[in-house]
Design a protein around this ligand. Sequence first.
Ligand SMILES: [Mn+2]
Length: 248
Amino acid sequence: MASLFVVSDVHGYADDLRESLRSAGLVDADDAWTGDDAQLWVLGDLIDRGPDGIGAIDLVRSLMGQRPGQVHMLMGNHEALALGYKLFPDTRFGEVWAINGGHASDQDRLTDDHVAWLRTLPVLGRHGDYLLMHSDTTDYLEWGDSVDDINGTVASLLEDDDAEAHWEVFASLTSRFDFAGSDGVKVAQDVLSTLGGGCLVHGHSIIGTLTQQPSHEIEGPIAYADGLVVAIDGGRYDGGPLLLVELA
Ligand SMILES: [Mn+2]
């Protein structure tokens, strides 16, 4: 079976993403795909906090264009936020964008083409035994009871210029820690039995907040909830590593 790579929460560190992909042999010095039939899933939050969110988006879009069906991108709360602020700058998106690491330099470079692309991003993916999502939350289930159903609901919420619908998507994607409580195993089992897959992989909540470590001590992904859940956000913006993880 083709190898499977996941990365999340690049948060504007486009050069780190590029370097990780090169080190793994997935791209060459010209950002051309060299990963043969490997699969790459980007689990959201390419933008905000770091210096070059648009550069990170454009790199991933280039790879998706080179390898459709092989390179995939999920929406994170920061994609929903960047989109919401672009469309509705005079709503509460404005304040939230400013206090969550939004950069004017990213918004200025966000084109109509980017906006159209952001509106169509799925929120969930499945590959083999893996259920892939940005946020460690059960809120996805409020939009449906299958991966396709949920992605379809979110796409329809983002299709029109309805600020409240956009806000609903953003707000749900900010939820976290639903698999980290004392009932985390059961919560993860419920999500997996509803949506399919045997292991849930997420970004969003940085590993250091799950392990009570400073991010600079993080060296790799962690499995928790009896191994049903894997967290891959090393906390790059918090001084941790950007983790490009090859799943078995
Ligand atoms: Mn996030």
